[in-house]
Design a protein around this ligand. Structure first.
Ligand SMILES: O=P(O)(O)OC[C@H]1O[C@](O)(CO)[C@@H](O)[C@@H]1O
Length: 538
């Protein structure tokens, strides 16, 4: 592996000697060579610093790291999350072919289908008004209480699919900060509210605490007996859900082989299903399944998740880019970057390889972003003229859902393409001077100001274009990014499916609670921690 990385570093020197902008000048058909289609989804990666040598070496690296073998191991339910002794089978949740998927010799598909059916019945019952609150009133507001993977997926997808939202209003409460639940409850009529407690483990302190607050809200307003009518739960820990007092007919299970950040396809997707209906939720699963099939079968040079993973790895580990920005030119994808932060950074933010030795180079980058065009008026300055090179990934649809406002969509598209063009092209000192002189500036003044108006250009971006942000397209897009994270994880040689890095803070918070409450002293704490606790206690 390391010899290939060294060769890639050499190749990268020659590529950057060529520069992306010059590569376009030298090869007018560059786009033809460096783009891929999957149905209506286009990936344009011609504006990245790759050439055939780099792609050839990356493909060798993928072979050597065993991307194809490990991909099959994942789809077949092998225990690839070895630190937790678990299979990784979010793909089974959207296995629309229904072919059997074995875990420990047992086909998981009958259970997957049974939960999906139960979710559908419940969701349609709430949507139609057949399932009501304790006083017989129709449910108008559904509140999902969960955090991390039990929140980000449903929140992000509910916003993304707003044009399909014809069920009750959805609210999401995640933060332990009382402000979150208080501000939500203030909007609710208890008689017409349904709470879904979503937690894989059913132990997460934020979720359990917010759930208790919600329970008290219902019990106080409608009596203890009403609780069963106003709560449902999604979890793998059915015993703990029963102890909370949620009726077993309103509990939707999933399995330890579904990672939290990969769980939107499971019963964790229940709020989305209530919002858009089971039929459109099925189309969302169809889209992800289509991407799974593409990932499994397309040749490497046409395989969009593999290409995205290879280029992501190259930018991070060979070119040394420490972060990447994902900029959807789609307001409804406003939470997509936040969703990707958990997906990518909780998966690939690791320091040791599978055998426990330190990662040789870098592992996953910082992932961040905001929708365009808003980002243009905030942080794009740094993307264009800052000293760090930050690869950008743009996502845009050919059509919006507002045909009567087509002009606005045209402006959105023009801006998206213009940003990738500006990152590539830049503006030289001579061009900046010429522009100022043409505007009538005196030569000395133009000389002084021109350097501030120079854009280095040659800044990489990938652009995804699809027809429209339908449930199918959204499922496909999320699955695409899941598989890119998988590919990069294999190249880094790490386990992308555990998350031990979140444990220490949780443990320490538990220990600090009595100190913050004042029932335990600050002895033994470092002076900063003790000082902060003292300041907070006042
Ligand atoms: O669904 P749970 O068990 O409440 O966990 C919530 C989130 O907490 C984490 O374990 C990290 O703190 C995530 O991986 C997970 O998505």
């Amino acid at each position: 592996m390391q010899d290939l990385v060294a060769k890639l570093k050499e190749a990268a020197l020659s590529t950057s000697a060529v520069q992306i902008r010059e590569a376009f000048a030298a090869d007018p058909a560059r786009f033809e060579r460096y783009h891929a289609w999957f149905a209506d989804l286009l990936m344009d990666y011609s504006k990245t610093a790759v050439n055939d040598t780099v792609l050839g070496l990356l493909s060798e690296l993928a072979d050597k790291a065993g991307v194809a073998i490990k991909r099959e191991a994942m789809f077949k339910g092998e225990l690839i999350n070895f630190t937790e002794n678990r299979a990784v089978l979010h793909t089974a949740l959207r296995n629309r072919s229904n072919s059997s998927v074995l875990v420990d010799g047992k086909d998981v598909m009958p259970e997957v289908n049974a939960v999906l059916k139960a979710m559908g019945e419940f969701a349609e019952g709430v949507r139609s008004g057949r399932i009501t609150g304790a006083t017989g009133k129709r449910i108008t507001d559904v509140v999902n209480i969960g955090i991390g993977g039990s929140d980000l997926g449903p929140v992000m997808t509910t916003l993304a699919l707003a044009p399909y939202h014809d069920g009750p209003r959805l609210h999401y409460v995640s933060n332990i900060d009382a402000a979150h639940i208080a501000d939500t409850i203030r909007l609710l009529d208890p008689e017409t509210s349904l709470f879904i407690i979503a937690s894989k483990t059913f132990t997460t302190i934020e979720t359990m605490t917010n759930a208790a607050t919600a329970r008290a809200f219902i019990a106080k307003a409608l009596g203890e007996g009403a609780v069963q009518h106003h709560f449902a739960a999604v979890s793998t820990a059915l015993d703990k859900v029963a102890a909370f007092g949620i009726d077993s007919t309103r509990v939707f299970g999933f399995w330890d082989w579904v990672g939290g950040r990969y769980s939107i396809w499971s019963a964790i997707g229940l709020p989305l299903m209530i919002a858009i209906g089971s039929e459109d939720f099925g189309k969302f699963l169809d889209g992800a399944h289509a991407m799974d099939n593409h990932f499994r079968s397309a040749p490497l040079n046409k395989n969009i998740p593999i290409l995205l993973g290879l280029i992501g790895y190259y930018q991070r580990n060979v070119l040394g880019c420490t972060s990447r920005a994902v900029i959807p030119y789609d307001q409804r994808l406003s939470r997509f970057p936040a969703y990707l932060q958990q997906l990518d950074m909780e998966s690939n933010g690791k320091g040791v390889t599978m055998d426990g030795s330190p990662v040789a180079g870098a592992s996953g980058p910082v992932v961040w972003g905001e929708p365009g065009t808003n980002g243009q008026h905030a942080f794009f300055q740094l993307l264009h003229q800052g000293t760090d090179i930050i690869p950008v990934e743009f996502v845009i649809a050919k059509q919006g859902f507002e045909p009567e406002l087509r002009y606005q969509h045209e402006l959105l598209m023009a801006n998206c393409v213009a940003q990738s063009q500006a990152l590539l092209k830049g503006r030289t000192l001579d061009e900046a001077k010429a522009q100022l002189t043409a505007q009538g500036w005196a030569s000395a003044k133009a000389d002084k100001i021109a350097p501030h108006r120079v854009f280095t250009g040659n800044r990489p971006s990938i652009t995804f274009v699809h027809d429209m942000l339908t449930p199918f397209a959204l499922g496909r897009l999320i699955a695409l990014y899941e598989h890119r994270v998988f590919v990069e994880g294999v190249l880094y040689g790490i386990n992308s499916f555990d998350q031990w890095g979140v444990e220490l803070g949780k443990e320490l918070a538990t220990g600090l609670l009595p100190v913050v409450q004042g029932t335990k002293g600050t002895e033994g704490l470092d002076s900063s921690t003790a000082g902060l606790v003292a300041a907070l206690r006042g």
